[in-house]
Design a protein around this ligand. Structure first.
Ligand code: PLP
Length: 366
């Protein structure tokens, strides 16, 4: 068969192990997944209420234009309906953008470490990937700018950045956008924007109006707690949206996912509660890191990347045996670190007690 050459050495995305598999493998009653930055508080109770009462006709294709959800999001953000595109998660939008703009002969610029789907999709399309090392986990925008040339098609900015949790400040973003040539699409992935509270970060909506080579990506998978439903969206100038819409699959969001996303959007009180709880949870990890002198990145998200001063794959395994699934930094471009989703207060407390044990066993803590 005529496979693309670049597919030969590729592996599928390695997600955290599923809870049931870990339970079976280690004979555990309870396993907590703090690996994929899902919301530990679930989603708005209005979603569950709706699903119990729903009498959706499953025989009918969903609305490919996601009209009701589109209206709800447009109203919520104060944007025009034709400035939105919906994806089967923002992963789908990353793939759509890549498919539309990347091919052999063009290049794409991104931070390292950052979200793996940017380079993975670019590799599939055979485009050149230019990774620019982060500084203290933060995007080095001047260095990224220096990598842009005539052949550059897409630049990816992840703010807050996964896996480091750091933001690009408003000043940095403004300077960057003012200098990026207009033939380059800037993708600003804001999967964790609901958790940001640093005053150096400002509303980014004005920028897509000012720059018609900018798309903002957001998702219902993280703070909204709807990862299972796969809904993400992009916000950009209508000309960008029109191009990307041509590449989008015809029915890329399910009926139920469109409905629940619109419902979840209305419950901003839930998002606020989660934000407050996340700040408290974050403090538990920061306190732990400070107590044991472990380096950590100042996170603006619901996860934290911190040093374990041991083999992060070993720490990952040892924590899994004890019922916690996390991510080893080794798999994320940050060896010696682990990335942990901030859970409920009780989950965090238990996790940190067990981590203390593991780090003692590893000879890190005495
Ligand atoms: C989780 C995540 C996504 C993917 O979100 P989905 O909407 O579930 O596909 C995109 N970007 C970043 C940075 C993420 O962490």
């Amino acid at each position: 068969m005529k496979w693309k050459q670049q597919i030969y050495n590729m592996k599928p995305y390695q997600p955290g192990k599923p809870i049931d598999e870990v339970k079976k493998e280690y004979g555990l009653e309870e396993v907590v997944k703090l690996a994929s930055n899902e919301n530990p508080f679930g989603s708005s109770s209005k979603v569950a209420e709706f699903l119990r009462a729903s009498d959706t006709n499953y025989a009918i294709y969903p609305d490919g234009y996601a009209q009701n959800l589109r209206t709800a999001v447009a109203k919520h953000l104060g944007v025009k309906e034709n400035e939105l595109i919906f994806g089967n998660g923002s992963d789908d939008l990353i793939a759509i953008i890549t498919r539309a703009l990347l091919y052999p002969g063009v290049n794409t610029v991104m931070a390292d470490p950052s979200f793996s789907q940017y380079w993975h999709n670019a590799d599939i399309e055979g485009a050149e990937v230019r990774k620019v090392p982060t500084i203290d986990g933060r995007h080095d925008l001047p260095a990224m700018l220096a990598q842009i040339d005539e052949q550059t098609s897409v630049v990816w900015i992840c703010s807050p950045n996964n896996p480091t949790g750091t933001i690009v400040t408003d000043d940095e973003l403004q300077q960057f956008l003012a200098q990026v040539p207009s033939h380059v699409l800037v993708v600003l992935d804001e999967a964790y924007i609901e958790y940001v509270n640093d005053p150096a970060h400002k509303d980014t909506l004005p920028y897509y109006r000012q720059y018609n080579n900018l798309i903002l990506l957001r998702t219902f998978s993280k703070a909204y707690g709807l990862a299972a439903f796969r809904v993400g969206y992009g916000i950009a100038h209508e000309d960008i949206i029109a191009k990307l819409d041509a590449v989008r699959g015809p029915f890329n969001n399910t009926v139920l996912s469109q409905e629940v996303a619109a419902i979840a959007l209305q419950d901003q009180a839930f998002i606020e509660q989660c934000r407050v709880a996340n700040e408290k949870g974050k403090a538990q990890y920061v306190e732990f890191c400070q107590r044991y002198n472990l380096n950590y990145y100042p996170t603006q998200t619901n996860f934290i990347l911190f040093e374990v001063k041991a083999d992060s794959n070993v720490v990952f395994q040892e924590m899994m045996k004890r019922g916690f699934i996390i991510r080893s930094g080794a798999a994320l471009g940050a060896p010696g670190y682990i990335r942990v989703t901030i859970g409920t207060e009780a989950q965090n407390a238990k996790f940190l007690t067990l981590l203390e044990q593991v780090l003692q066993e590893q000879g890190v803590l005495v």
